[in-house]
Write a protein that binds this ligand. Sequence first.
Ligand code: PRP
Ligand code: ADE
Length: 181
Amino acid sequence: MIFDEYTIKSLIRPVPDFPKPGIVFRDITPLYHSPRAMRMVADSLIQRYVESPVTHIGAIDARGFLLGAVLAYELNKPLVLFRKVGKLPAETLCEAYETEYGEAHLEVHKGALGEGDQVLLLDDLIATGGTFLAAASLIKQMGAEVYEAAAIIDLPDLGGSRKMQDADIPVFTLCAFEENE
Ligand SMILES: O=P(O)(O)OC[C@H]1O[C@H](OP(=O)(O)OP(=O)(O)O)[C@H](O)[C@@H]1O
Ligand SMILES: Nc1ncnc2[nH]cnc12
């Protein structure tokens, strides 16, 4: 299916002042509600990575899990979960980070990745980049590499994608919203 950015963007709903005053929340639930649009998103990501040297899919809690599961299934790769603190039962590595609306910690199971692994890291959205950078740091601590960080949405005004590129993390996003869009 041919990717149509206009269709994708029209299914991402801006919700002002959520979860805090001043924040425009980009709600992807209408996109997930459309099988056609979701197929476009999944197909473009599958096409991009099907011939890549990616060895693992890394999916970020919670909205990144949805894309992560689809990509891991289609590319037939192991899925590694990066979870909010206190959710993973075995021994973890933990990284603190800040997002657009708060502080958080991300964890991964120790030994989930190792030397030489090339991880495709997935989430729905890049805002300040704090979440992706925390996951990338955990990946590096395990001796693995981020092949690319991919998301549906970039919010370039918040500077996250720039910060990630400055940290030598390749970034791929399917669409972007300016602040007043
Ligand atoms: O670039 P950043 O500033 O780090 O923000 C992006 C992150 O924020 C959102 O997740 P959130 O922390 O709201 O959690 P959720 O997926 O559980 O809703 C989004 O799904 C990204 O993971
Ligand atoms: N503006 C935003 N909309 C949706 N998810 C987000 N995560 C961080 N900032 C966000």
